[in-house]
Design a protein. Sequence first.
Length: 284
Amino acid sequence: MTLFTMLLVLISERLFKLGEHWHLDHRAEFFFRRIKRFSLLRTLLMTAGVMLVVFLLLRGVYGLFFNVPLLIIWILLGVLCIGAGKVRLHYHAYLRAASHNDSHAHGAMAAELTMIHGVPPDCDEREFLRELQNALLWINFRYYLAPLFWFVVGGPWGPVLMMGYAFLRAWQSWLARYLTPHERLQSGIDAILHVVDWLPVRLVGVVYALIGHGEKALPAWFASLVDRHTSQYQVLTRLAQFSLAREPHTDKVATPKAAVSMAKKASFVVVVIVALLTIYGTLV
């Protein structure tokens, strides 16, 4: 059921999920706006509460009507948690603005895409485009590959882990957009996601290493296995940049397209791996 649900969710996301209506980040804003105090414990308790609700929901419908309601809930949760939603619209708006040399519009869209980690001040055009590539690679990880990872490894309770991860992602995005860096630090969200992302970043990183220039990327990947301090964003994007080394870093349209193209290849490889594991009976 994992593979079937995953394929349906990905197809639905590509065909219909163009805005933020079916997106957990948007739906959770109503709840986030009511939070006035921030702490690591509060973040953990909120996430545990969301996961408990999903767990009880799945338990409640398990075995009913040949598990058809269970399958529907799996699909609905997958649609909510997997997919970039409005971020995809920002990306396409950036491409349109850049192709028309609208510096103000493409700068505004680039700021949206790089919101979580930002861009170093006083960087030149080449460095800016590389950071934009990194942001797009990270968006693909955050909204597609990482939720899929927790969905798959969770087995029959994959939706519970996926929802917990998506909730943390939504909380981090909301804090970055609306609140101060101090409040974001108080929430402990970055520290939590640093731990949660450790394993999926290494697994996705080895995919980037294998589809790119492995002679450079693989040594860096092995070094990352004992690295507990470097941010997961830097680990993943550094490995991905080895694969993008031969791509242009001077064209405002071609540069982000190269990153998105490689991210799609990585996503395809992950889907193929899940399919093979399902065929051989490792997954159900």
